[in-house]
Design a protein around this ligand. Structure first.
Ligand SMILES: NC(=O)c1ccc[n+]([C@@H]2O[C@H](COP(=O)([O-])OP(=O)(O)OC[C@H]3O[C@@H](n4cnc5c(N)ncnc54)[C@H](OP(=O)(O)O)[C@@H]3O)[C@@H](O)[C@H]2O)c1
Length: 301
């Protein structure tokens, strides 16, 4: 709730959630936060991964996990891994869609969602004309403003190539570890399609790895001194500027979705998105050296 308040105060109005996030509680939390703000916010949610029913034992385990994370933030990836077994993925049927959207609307306390994504969809979903038709009817009914797909770049690419109806929004991972496949999607896209990049830092586990790559770049002998000075020690602010610039600057991607539970991360990210110090030419140098680094064999990295 503190992170949400900070995000709102900093001007963030787009929120990405899912039926399964927060062990099924994320939508209700967001709904409570948006109670008197819904008209000013854009809300995306997803269906296709179901949270497991909660027992009182699991509630206790969850609050123990929360305390652990607040004391040892690096434990979050461990907790996430353990929580991964609590979900049923790949639930792409019409009954699940119908139950899920009603539950999402109830938990979010709203009559409509701005985007409903198929959550981590495999490419076989693109053959499910009945399911896609049912998503289209939700759009016609006004319960969903845009239907979308969230998945691997390979699945998104197929959806874009086929111009799959009624999908008008695509969400896919895009970060410094793999910019090229995501950026390739833009070429396949049309002007009406909303493109949203998630996982921009590479997730909890890769934030440090991301920083190390950029430090190595800063230490290369031929680097321009002005760029080197801007890179500095790659603090959170600089890291965010580079991550968002690489994804958003002149790429055609419209939206970036980082996880930001910490208030200082929210503030650094908003500052980065609104006041980047890097020129377009510098951003291109950084992109080029990141992709060169990734074309090295693993032993040389
Ligand atoms: N299939 C899907 O639909 C799908 C899959 C993956 C992700 N997503 C969406 O994308 C969002 C982000 O993905 P993600 O959490 O996997 O990856 P991420 O945003 O790349 O990484 C999140 C990590 O970066 C940290 N961070 C944020 N800002 C930072 C900064 N300025 N400096 C240093 N560290 C920073 C976060 O810390 P704190 O959180 O502690 O502040 C967290 O540990 C998810 O929340 C979800 O909405 C969707």
């Amino acid at each position: 709730m503190r992170a949400l308040s900070a995000a709102w105060d900093e001007g963030i109005r787009f929120f990405d959630t899912a039926r399964s996030y927060g062990y099924g509680e994320s939508e209700a939390l967001l709904g409570a936060f948006l109670k008197d703000r819904r008209g000013q916010a854009l809300v995306a949610t997803k269906f296709g991964i179901l949270p497991a029913p909660q027992s009182s034992l699991k509630w206790m385990a969850k609050s123990a996990a929360r305390s652990l994370i607040s004391m040892v933030p690096s434990a979050r990836s461990l907790v996430r891994k353990a929580a991964g077994t609590q979900f049923s993925p790949n639930q792409f049927t019409i009954p699940v869609l119908q139950q899920s959207i009603e539950e999402s609307l109830r938990k979010l306390g709203t009559h409509y969602v701005d985007i409903l994504f198929l959550h981590s969809a495999p490419s076989s979903v693109l053959e499910q004309q009945d399911l896609l038709g049912a998503m289209g009817r939700l759009v016609d009914q006004g319960k969903v403003r845009l239907a979308g797909l969230s998945g691997d770049p390979s699945v998104v690419q197929k959806a874009l190539e086929r111009q799959t109806e009624p999908l008008r929004a695509m969400q896919f991972p895009c970060n410094v570890f793999d910019l090229s496949s995501a950026l390739g999607l833009v070429e396949k896209s049309t002007a009406e399609m909303l493109l949203a990049a998630n996982h921009p830092f590479g997730g909890v586990a890769r934030v440090q790895a991301c920083r190390s790559i950029l430090r190595r770049l800063s230490a290369t002998p031929h680097i321009d001194p002005v760029l080197k000075e801007k890179l500095g020690t790659i603090d959170d602010q600089t890291l965010a500027e580079i991550v968002f610039d690489c994804i958003l600057r002149d790429t055609g991607i419209h939206l970036v979705i980082p996880s930001m539970m910490r208030v200082d991360h929210v503030r650094a990210n908003v500052r980065a998105a609104t006041h980047s110090r890097f020129t377009s030419a510098e951003v291109q140098i950084i992109r080029d050296s990141l992709s060169a680094e990734h074309s090295l064999p693993a032993s040389a990295q």
